[in-house]
Design a protein around this ligand. Structure first.
Ligand SMILES: *Cc1c(COP(=O)(O)O)cnc(C)c1O
Length: 570
């Protein structure tokens, strides 16, 4: 028995997420959404919040990335063995898919905080002998295959998840949907409540929408319309049509398509965007709903490198569980801060040199860019005008890239190839490397070991972004387009630098690539390169501002306290 009475005691907040990134040994995440979920859970444990998380086990992970010598991405399964890290609970539940019973069991992993709190994470698994081969494979791949596969996974997550929590003995006072993928949970809640209302007369009043709304909190994560899951009602009918009346579902989730975001919006009394700007953009996308915003954060302890942990322990004891203490960052002597940074940089450069014959050095201004290779993030923007880049930066900067493109995203994969070809063209002038198989370990190495963190998405598509917050925790300066969290964290020349105009001053179809590249080159040439090499004191003061003003605020401890007061216990 892996769940004890003590662990199910009292009523909890159930946090549902299609992906959760706790550590690389549990490869059930693809990017920022999953890392955010993992950081949320870790802060929940540190703050002793009554939280339980639900996701799927993905036996073959997202994927392992290799890159050939021309920059082409090669994908293979990231196979792992859950039994090395967690135990399977004996309880079983089932959901009906295409008329078949699909059985679900749960692996239970405990995220334990040194402060004593712990959060169980329920990993749902259909890879059981009583299921058909096809159904066993439903918990193999994260974001794999087609819509048919995806809707079934969402049935398992939403409907299976609610059933499993009940079966395991959890009492739930709030259901928090981290993105629309989990929105089927609302239908299962309607079902469970229906049994309490058996004498209701007509069909609509059988369903207790108001109580479900009270129970549900929804965080939306993308301002890209295409980023919201939509399924055809034909698919719905063939997969779970019997489960919930389609005419009522159409009222809740859209007449044309089953829109998971709409379903979540219609059945949650509390809806949040992930940064102020994103909240506004979402509000415009969905007029008629009240959309609040709680800006994302990162888990401070997880995203601070060893040399900075040591430094913070010495000068700001207690920082990890009380990041507000970063307000005292100015106490740290300049030379000790610089030494901690140099140590992190050395680790990164040694690592990079051990992977490839690049000969990067410790002294050169090093710029990092690592995240999912989705095209809107414009990974190759800095190479827009090679001649100009060469003129201003030859011998003065080195560049480190990493990131996975979704296996079906040809545009994203092309960006990786482009970076390889630019790297060839700039050989001997600007050293460029691409680190394979981006994961949490390399993320920490890069966000702490570079001098500048580059981010140049198309506005307003970066709902929040979190890697820049990780950089700030390590005194690494952000050089970023004013989008997502950076609109709130940016003070020009103090916490970092902006690229291009404010988001209100530019329409998506303006010539943003040109405008942004121009500003990027200008600032690199006139401000960033000179400051780095000629005004180290100013640079170190900026590092302190990044920590004292950005890490101070953009952490999941602050974020979770806000979810508690604005969503969970309202
Ligand atoms: C933090 C993190 C991300 C998110 O990066 P963004 O720049 O915010 O998109 C993605 N992948 C990994 C492995 C991360 O650690």
């Amino acid at each position: 028995m892996s769940i004890t009475e003590k662990q199910t005691n009292g009523s909890k907040i159930a946090y549902f997420s299609m992906e959760i990134g706790l550590k690389d040994d549990i490869p059930t995440f693809s990017g920022g959404l999953g890392i955010l979920a993992g950081d949320t859970i870790k802060s929940g444990a540190d703050l002793n919040l009554p939280l339980v998380a639900v996701t799927l086990i993905y036996h073959k992970g997202y994927f392992k990335q290799d890159i050939d010598d021309r920059g082409r991405q090669i994908e293979s399964p990231a196979i792992w063995d859950p039994s090395e890290l967690m135990k399977m609970a004996p309880e079983k539940v089932n959901v009906t898919i295409e008329g078949r019973n699909v059985y679900i069991q749960a692996w239970v992993y405990f995220v334990k905080s040194p402060k004593g709190g712990e959060v169980p994470v329920i990993f749902l698994d259909t890879n059981l002998p009583e299921n058909s081969e096809e159904d066993r494979e439903l918990t193999y791949h994260l974001y794999g295959r087609d819509d048919n596969y995806r809707i079934k996974q969402e049935v398992i997550l939403g409907i299976g998840g609610v059933k499993m929590l009940k079966m395991l003995g959890f009492q739930i006072k709030k259901y928090h949907m981290n993105e629309g993928h989990a929105a089927f949970l609302t239908l299962e809640l309607l079902h469970q409540l229906k049994n309490d209302l058996e004498d209701a007369s007509d069909e609509t009043s059988m369903w207790d929408f108001e109580t479900v709304k009270e129970l549900c909190v929804f965080t939306t994560h993308t301002p890209v319309d295409a980023g919201h899951d939509r399924f055809s009602y034909d698919l719905y009918r063939s997969v779970i049509g019997e489960y919930f009346p389609e005419n009522i579902l159409r009222e809740l989730a859209g007449e044309e398509n089953l829109n998971m975001t709409l379903l979540a919006l219609n059945l949650s009394n509390d809806v949040n965007g992930v940064a102020k700007k994103h909240g506004e953009v979402s509000q415009n996308m969905f007029p008629g709903y009240k959309i609040n915003s709680i800006t994302n954060g990162v888990h401070s302890y997880t995203w601070t490198c060893d040399s900075f942990k040591k430094l913070f322990d010495k000068y700001i004891p207690g920082w990890a569980n009380e990041p507000e203490l970063f307000v005292r960052t100015d106490m740290i002597p300049h030379n000790e801060l610089w030494n901690a940074h140099s140590e992190a940089k050395k680790i990164l450069i040694n690592y990079v040199n051990s992977l490839q014959a690049v000969n990067m050095d410790y002294e050169t201004l090093t710029i990092g860019f690592a995240r999912r290779f989705a095209t809107y993030k414009r990974a190759s923007l800095i190479f827009n005008d090679l001649e100009r880049l060469e003129r201003i930066a030859s011998g003065k900067i080195q560049l480190i890239f990493a990131g996975k493109a979704h296996p079906k995203d040809e545009g994203g994969k092309k960006l990786i190839e482009d970076i390889f070809s630019y790297s060839d063209k700039l050989k001997g002038k600007i050293n460029i490397v691409f680190i394979n198989n981006y994961n949490m370990e390399t993320a920490l190495k890069i966000v702490s070991g570079v001098d500048v963190w580059l981010n140049n998405p198309i506005r307003p598509l970066e709902a929040s972004g979190t890697s820049g917050m990780k950089a700030a925790h390590n005194g690494v300066l952000n050089f970023s387009v004013l989008d997502g969290w950076w609109i709130e964290g940016h003070i020009e020349g103090d916490t970092g630098w902006s690229i291009g105009p404010e988001s209100t001053e530019i329409a998506p179809d303006d010539n943003a690539n040109e405008i942004d590249t121009n500003d990027l080159y200008n600032k690199l040439e006139k401000i960033i390169i000179p400051t780095f090499y000629q005004d180290r004191d100013k640079w170190i003061n900026m590092m302190k501002s990044a920590i004292g003003k950005n890490a101070y605020y953009f952490n999941t401890h602050r974020m979770m306290l806000r979810y508690v007061t604005e969503a969970y216990i309202k």
